[in-house]
Ligand binder design. Structure first.
Ligand SMILES: [Zn+2]
Length: 306
């Protein structure tokens, strides 16, 4: 069991400084049990960065497929009745802080504590892109990504990838998800429209830039921790993806995302479908059925997003 002091000391030795702005991607489980739970982790971190520091966490809520929206018409959210985050123990703990601020854009919210929380959350309105808040924090406040546990993650690939898609007139066909929200007494279905990539493609992509953007690595509790420079990673990723957008695609012939969902995916959808139908009669039948389901629902219900 770790105590407040252990976590405080680990965060200090990792190189976190007073006044830092940090985007957190923390697996609480990877750290090990802390006496007092995730809140104590955040207490320690907030004490290390002090009054001039800021922390940002995703607070994404549960959303539903847009075509089924009528089933959810009684669930209407507003800035007074916010949806709860589904993004892990740390986000839930952050919500409990009395000075926590949450994006105005409640269909794609971040929870922010500290110096820049007011500016970032008030300006993250419905008109802005989903990842506007992170992009702004990276560029304006030199935000770093603190990742503890789980797969390597640098917090910027979604931003860079969507920017590159738009700049190159490319898109992804995918299902849209949303929720009802009430603003100025008007109820509206808000749906998000950002593209996503597969985890194997992401791993391949990240290998190319990780060394250049990683500031430090170390341990917090039992968890492996890295800090990366988000402004720099956006620059390098944008360059790399602009040079070759296919570099985000994995090599798996049966990956439904990479092989069929992008405007630059190289496979014929019908060929992919036939290939999956053949796989139903093999050991990989579960994956084949999932692929068939994803492909067909995407063709029928999907929209082009970027
Ligand atoms: Zn893939």
């Amino acid at each position: 069991m770790f105590e407040y002091k252990d976590i405080y000391n680990d965060l200090k030795s990792l190189g976190i400084n007073e006044g830092d702005t940090l985007f957190l991607r923390i697996s609480y489980k990877s750290i090990g049990e802390i006496n007092g739970g995730p809140k104590v982790f955040l207490d320690a971190l907030l004490d290390v960065i002090g009054d001039e520091g800021t922390i940002i966490l995703t607070a994404f809520p549960k959303k539903h497929i847009s075509q089924l929206r009528l089933l959810y018409r009684r669930k209407v959210y507003s800035t007074f009745n916010r949806p709860l985050p589904t993004t892990g123990a740390m986000a839930k703990a952050a919500f409990q802080f009395p000075n926590a601020k949450i994006s105005e854009k409640i269909d794609f919210p971040f929870v922010v504590i500290g110096k820049h929380s007011d500016y970032l959350c008030k300006n993250h309105t419905f008109e802005k892109e989903g990842y506007w808040l992170l992009y702004e924090a990276a560029n304006k406040f030199n935000c770093k990504c603190l990742r503890i546990g789980g797969e390597i993650f640098i917090g910027t690939t979604h931003i860079s990838f969507n920017n590159v898609l738009r700049a190159n007139n490319q898109y992804q066909r995918k299902l849209k998800y949303g929720l009802y929200s009430k603003i100025n007494n008007k109820v509206k279905w808000r749906e998000t429209s950002n593209a996503v990539f597969c985890s194997n493609g992401f791993k391949k992509h990240i290998k190319k830039i990780l060394n250049e953007v990683m500031n430090v690595e170390g341990k917090v509790g039992n968890g492996y921790a890295i800090i990366t420079d988000m402004k720099k990673s956006i620059e390098l990723e944008t360059k790399s993806l602009n040079e070759d957008i296919n570099s985000i695609l994995c090599d798996n012939d049966n990956c439904v995302i990479c092989r069929t969902s992008f405007s630059f995916s190289n496979n014929n959808k019908l060929d992919f479908l036939l290939k999956q139908i053949k796989r139903i009669f093999s050991k990989e039948y579960k994956n084949a059925i999932l692929n068939i389901y994803s492909l067909i629902s995407n063709i029928i219900l999907g929209k082009n997003v970027n």
